[in-house]
Design a protein around this ligand. Structure first.
Ligand code: GLA
Length: 381
């Protein structure tokens, strides 16, 4: 997906050239599962796949949205507040959420426009196509209206759209990594603040994604349920967010917390500690230690946060038994989606194929194998 081919497509659909093209990457959640909305720390990587948006303003009040996935134009008015869409048009809730968010940040939304979105991210793999379309749309709308807020504001606009328009109570991980990504680096976010920085990725390791194409039917509801359980644990412990609790304080307060909420809280508190250990291990180039922390994160999702599935567990078990795999874990919200493995060059396509075959024999369908590279963060091209 490059600028020229998207511009050519735009011209075919709308009969004129776009004013600008913006692109935002998807992300891998490296470690820090559900820590973001608990005020904790998280590490992610922007990948070399994402969503690109081409845009040209119109003189009238029509907003035309076209996506190749639906193959249809959705036309909405520019002179009324954006309204949540359903059915075939529901993908427009991401750009509409951005349009609705802009005034909350003191920024202007464009009036009428023609808009084209194109993605090379596999949907449902937990690689955050939603944040990618939000951030690419924000850059396109801001670019077309000559406004240039700082990166942090753009990231917050994306999160606002997701929380208030799309309706998912997510944290800042996805938008933050898409906005602050850098080739060869992981993005570190301290979600209290928030503060964004990067940590160089040691050489000698690469990412593999195994997409199971499984998605729990209630995934959004389950995400929101985990969010509620974490908040209720925080309340029982007398803090605003779980980041304020240390592992020892939590252990001492077990009797105060409902047993399920306690398990969720233990996952969060220990996961935040793992993220910090992981940053140290990355800085010293200790990939074996990094890998152990990744797999420990998965085990905690499996037993304490209970957002894994038999499919994801199978992949993690199979992957860590292969040569060259430092560690493996579910990546993203969980309840289906994808597993990420961090591996040395000793792990080859043949090993990946062996894992996929074993998975297919057990579950009937093969996972997609996606070797991933860390790519640049969002930009106007
Ligand atoms: C989803 C959310 C993120 C984060 C992860 C879990 O990707 O969008 O904000 O909570 O799940 O870590």
């Amino acid at each position: 997906m490059n600028k020229a081919s998207l511009a050519a497509q735009f011209e075919k659909i709308f009969g004129r050239a776009p004013e600008l093209v913006a692109r935002a990457p998807g992300r891998i959640e490296f470690i820090g599962n559900h820590t973001d909305y608990n005020g904790g720390t998280v590490l992610g990587a922007s990948i070399d796949r994402g969503v690109a948006v081409a845009l040209a303003r119109r003189d009238d009040d029509k907003r035309n949205f076209y996506s190749r996935i639906s193959g249809k134009t959705v036309t909405l008015p520019a002179d009324t507040e954006p309204v949540r869409q359903s059915g075939d048009a529901s993908w427009t809730n991401y750009p509409l959420g951005i349009l609705a968010a802009l005034p909350h940040f003191g920024l202007r939304a464009p009036g009428g426009f023609d808009y084209l979105a194109e993605s090379d991210l596999p949907p449902g793999a937990g690689l955050s196509s939603s944040a990618a379309i939000e951030i690419a749309s924000a850059l396109a709308f801001l670019g077309a209206t000559g406004q240039s807020p700082d990166r942090e504001t753009i990231v917050k606009i994306g999160k606002h759209a997701e929380n208030h328009f799309v309706g998912v109570p997510c944290g800042i991980l996805d938008q933050g990594v898409s906005g602050f990504g850098q080739r060869g680096h992981l993005v570190f976010i301290d979600c209290t603040g928030p503060r964004f920085s990067t940590v160089p990725m040691p050489s000698g390791a690469s990412f593999w994604i195994f997409n199971t194409h499984t998605k729990h039917a209630l995934v959004d509801g389950l995400y929101a349920a985990r969010h509620r359980e974490c908040m209720s644990a925080a309340q029982a412990l007398g803090v605003k967010l779980l980041v304020e609790v240390s592992p020892s304080t939590l252990a001492a307060a077990e009797a105060k917390v409902d047993p399920t909420a306690f398990k969720r809280a233990r996952h969060i508190v220990e996961e935040i500690a793992r993220v910090d250990d992981c940053v140290r291990a990355l800085r010293s180039g200790d990939l074996a230690a990094v890998g152990k922390l990744l797999t420990a994160s998965h085990r905690s999702s499996q037993t304490l946060f209970e957002n894994s599935t038999p499919e994801l567990d199978f992949l993690v078990d199979a992957l860590v038994a292969e040569p060259g795999v430092f560690g493996a874990r579910l990546t993203g919200g969980g309840f289906g989606g994808a597993v990420m493995a961090l591996a040395s060059p000793d792990f080859t396509a043949a090993h990946a194929e062996k894992v996929a075959l074993a998975y297919g024999a057990k579950f009937g369908e093969r996972p997609d194998i996606l070797p991933m590279n860390v790519g640049e963060g969002a930009a106007v091209l």
